[in-house]
Design a protein around this ligand. Structure first.
Ligand code: PLP
Length: 402
């Protein structure tokens, strides 16, 4: 079923709309909705020992297995949180434990193109956070990383590297394994923000060289407000962010969000199954970019020379402000984004473009698709693109003639 039709069926959108903003949030999958409704009807608290409590516990266990399978790890390594931002705040933390022994982390290195959840440094005070530059494609500068970690004074504590697997704006995939090896060789801890990679790239903590992975449910067709911190083992762990009852083995207290977790589990299972079809999305994106280039030979596609997620295209059109273009697309019935979705709804200059040394004055438009995106959705987008581009070209011609 084409994505937009599915959206109409679920009642999210009343009229003919084309939704191409999966990197901001993917539509809830039908199977997820069903699992959540079933979970809402369970009265028990997962910590209770009676049958109702055990039923709730078993839903959480199943979800834990599914999220673990998505990351090729053990269920015991999954800590459910209220989203990726909370998972980041849990792990980006100067206070760790190695078994029962407290351990200090005295510096956090983050990539310059990170999502604000990482760039803000979690629980590290700002003076403990150092930003590592990226190149013109937005990939981490490994030589700069090597230099930075070599200068770390380990007498004050260890360091941590926090890096995204793929960028939410450009879709550019980071050299995570290489960066993790550099960090580990220098004695550091590695936390990978895999939010945009889930369901689009194979995830394995071991293959990525990650000590921790950060995940979010709503980017893979699960509900918003659920995520996970996944660890490589159970010995090296951050001090909890939320203390209280012993839920999540004491790593994250509070009665579990049963329906949210159940939905996340189903979304994770689907994400893993669908990965085999990622080439279909890649072909659709390639076809779309070929058409855009034909219509607008001066188009700038950001990160095009680097490995990118199959589902993302991030572009600027000379003479057309991204903000204006986004409104134009919206009026044409097409939901795309300019930069990242901002909590306040305001559109600021993209720090990702700035980090890449690109011109930030025009901004950029992001098209991001999912497995539900159809050829009809891309056709609708290209029709809107053609009209907006024609207006741009005639305005540029008028300006030149004036
Ligand atoms: N990291 C990346 C790369 C993201 O794209 C996002 C959301 O846009 C987050 C972290 C934060 O995720 P959440 O909405 O679950 O807090």
């Amino acid at each position: 079923m084409p994505g937009s039709q599915q959206l109409r069926k679920t009642g999210i959108m009343a009229s003919e709309r084309t939704y191409l903003d999966y990197n901001a949030s993917a539509p809830l999958l039908e199977a997820v909705r069903c699992a959540m409704i079933a979970a809402f009807d369970l009265p028990g608290n997962a910590s209770s020992v009676h049958a109702e409590g055990r039923a709730a516990r078993s839903l959480i266990s199943r979800a834990r297995e599914d999220v673990a399978a998505l990351c090729s790890t053990l269920p015991a390594h999954v800590i459910f949180t209220s989203g990726a931002t909370e998972a980041a705040s849990l792990v980006l933390n100067p206070d760790f434990h190695m078994g029962r022994t407290p351990m200090k982390v005295s510096r956090l290195f983050v990539g310059a193109a990170e999502h604000p959840a990482i760039l803000s440094g979690g629980r590290f005070p700002v003076e403990m956070v150092s930003v590592v530059p990226v190149d013109q494609n937005g990939r981490l500068d490994l030589a700069a990383l090597r230099k930075s970690v070599a200068s770390h004074d380990s007498s004050s504590g260890q360091f941590m590297l926090a890096l995204q697997l793929a960028n939410n704006e450009t879709g550019v995939v980071q050299p995570v394994r290489e960066a993790a090896d550099i960090a580990h060789d220098a004695g550091g801890i590695v936390a990978i923000d895999a939010v945009q990679g889930a369901g689009r790239l194979p995830l394995s903590l071991e293959a990525l060289g990650a000590d921790f992975l950060i995940l979010s449910s709503h980017k893979i067709g699960g509900p918003k407000g659920v995520g996970a911190l996944v660890s490589a083992g159970e010995i090296l762990m951050p001090a909890p962010l939320i203390r209280g009852g012993g839920q999540e083995k004491g790593h994250r207290a509070g009665t579990e969000n049963l329906a949210g977790i159940a939905g996340f589990g189903v979304a994770a299972r689907h994400a893993l199954e669908k990965l085999a079809r990622i080439d279909v999305i890649a072909e659709r994106r390639e076809g779309m970019e070929t058409h855009m280039r034909e219509m607008a030979p001066d188009i700038i596609i950001h990160g095009v020379d680097a490995p990118r997620l199959a589902n993302t295209s991030y572009f600027s059109l000379p003479g057309l402000k991204a903000e204006t273009a986004q409104i134009g697309f919206d009026m044409e019935g097409v939901a795309v984004s300019s930069g990242s979705a901002c909590s306040s709804g305001k559109v600021g200059a993209s720090h990702v473009l700035a980090a890449m040394g690109a011109d930030t004055t025009l901004g950029a438009i992001r098209v991001s698709m999912g497995y539900e995106t159809s050829d009809e959705d891309i056709t609708a987008f290209l029709k809107a693109f053609e009209r907006l581009n024609a207006r741009r070209i005639s305005r540029l011609a008028d300006e030149r003639a004036a």
